[in-house]
Design a protein around this ligand. Structure first.
Ligand SMILES: *Cc1c(COP(=O)(O)O)cnc(C)c1O
Length: 423
């Protein structure tokens, strides 16, 4: 594979940006090669600056559920651009998006639009603290909720492969307000509640963990979280930045039938533009400024171009509910192909799959938590990654990220991917 133009751009980029990138996992650090620079993408295919073409299973880390450059989304976004890129004043489009979100996710009675998942989780926690008058929060080891100070504790995603679960630059006093429990381990949660009576403002969880690779909740785990938070007057926050509009238009909360107090959305909700949302119970959300004393603001929040992309994407998903059955069926096919590959090569592999999200862990054990995820052989993952890339398939450059199937992946794409996996 010729990557000379990517190599040249990477050389220049490293002098301009830390590691040459604007988000760490893009640097391909854990797969032993330099990143490819992308020229363009359409549907399920992504093209680098050297003209190499790949079937894309990263999908911009989740937003691309319709594939890249969906013609309808592009048409509406371009049209919106001619009306002005930002006003810093309310628009009818914000009403339209907020109403669509509430139709899809009824627990989000009041919503606030922000620009990134990081902002959404940070602000949701502030609102929960303001509402409860408490300081401490619980998060789970290996769950990622963006890079705000208090949430960069035992976080997943790039923080795992970069070996900086606790980032430098975060004051210990901030991190001390964040208590860490183990995913799928009820006792670890019970213990924190017992030792911190009436002090826990919020418990935040990815209802399907997808930043330590994909790790589904065990039967009863989310129900347990719903109960224990309710019993303790703690705000239950589902971080659905990945699962929102991914496991169905109702997200993981509809998929599992659990209603949280607050929800964060990102990725798909912006249809590929910088947009995220937090929201939930009216009595909690009304404490946010200007109706309440929890301050949170944003110059570009509810931006007209981002809301247009979000509205357009959500409408397309609502008009084609079968998309979820299709992408899940394709994910199941890929899972089977992974298992066949493991058998053929005589390697250890464990595949977790929920809806259109999947992860192949290079380990002999079932992956139910962070420790299980860490048991995987990241060198074997790097070999697999490089093999896929050389064969025209772009998967996440890290063991601890999900593989995303989109509605744009054709039968042909899936067949080709299976062929490579079995090859
Ligand atoms: C991506 C992600 C975030 C952070 O979103 P950004 O837009 O990258 O700031 C938060 N939570 C989860 C579950 C995510 O996957």
């Amino acid at each position: 594979m010729n990557a000379s133009k990517s190599e040249e751009l990477y050389r220049i980029a490293q002098d301009l940006m830390p590691g040459g990138v604007n988000s760490p996992v893009r640097a391909f650090g854990s797969v032993g090669r330099n990143p490819l620079f992308i020229d363009h993408a359409i549907g399920s295919h992504i093209f680098d600056v050297d003209g190499n073409e790949f079937i894309d299973y990263v999908c911009s880390w989740g937003p691309g559920i319709l594939g890249h450059a969906h013609p309808k989304v592009i048409e509406e976004v371009v049209k919106a651009c001619y009306d002005g890129l930002t006003f810093g004043a309310p628009t009818g489009k914000e009403n339209e998006l907020a109403a669509l979100i509430r139709d899809c996710v009824p627990s989000m009675e009041l919503v606030r639009m922000v620009n990134s998942g990081t902002e959404a989780t940070m602000s949701a926690i502030r609102a929960a603290r303001g509402f409860t008058g408490r300081d401490k929060i619980i998060k789970f080891k290996g769950c990622y909720h963006g890079h705000s100070d208090g949430l960069l504790v035992q976080a997943g995603s790039a923080a795992l492969t970069q070996s900086v679960p606790d980032s430098s630059g975060v004051p210990a006093s901030f991190a001390s307000q964040t208590l860490v429990a183990l995913f799928n381990d009820k006792d670890s949660v019970r213990e924190l509640f017992e030792n911190n009576k009436d002090q826990i403002a919020a418990l935040i969880v990815e209802p399907v963990a997808a930043n330590m690779g994909v790790v589904p909740p065990e039967e009863g785990f989310l129900e347990f979280l719903r109960e224990i938070t309710e019993d303790n007057g703690t705000v239950l926050i589902f971080d659905e930045v990945i699962t929102g509009f991914r496991l169905g238009t109702g997200g993981a909360q509809a998929y599992y039938g659990i209603s949280p107090d607050m929800t964060t959305l990102g990725k798909i909700v912006g249809g590929g533009m910088p947009m995220a949302v937090y929201g939930g119970r009216r009595d909690i959300m009304k404490n946010v400024a200007p109706t309440g004393k929890v301050y949170q603001a944003g110059t570009l929040s509810g931006n007209p171009i981002a809301t247009t992309a979000g509205i357009s994407t959500i409408r397309l998903l609502m008009e084609d509910p079968d998309i979820y059955t299709r992408i899940e069926a394709n994910a199941v096919k890929l899972k089977e192909a992974f298992l066949a590959r493991a058998k053929k090569l005589g390697i250890n592999l464990h595949v977790n799959q929920v809806g259109s999200l999947l992860s192949a862990f290079f380990t002999d054990q079932e992956v139910k938590d962070y420790a299980g995820a860490l048991s995987s052989d990241t060198e074997a993952y790097a070999d697999y990654f490089n093999y896929m890339l050389e064969n025209g398939i772009y998967v996440a450059p890290s063991q601890f990220e999900a593989m995303f199937v989109s509605g744009a992946h054709s039968d042909e794409d899936i067949a080709r991917t299976i062929e490579v996996l079995l090859g």
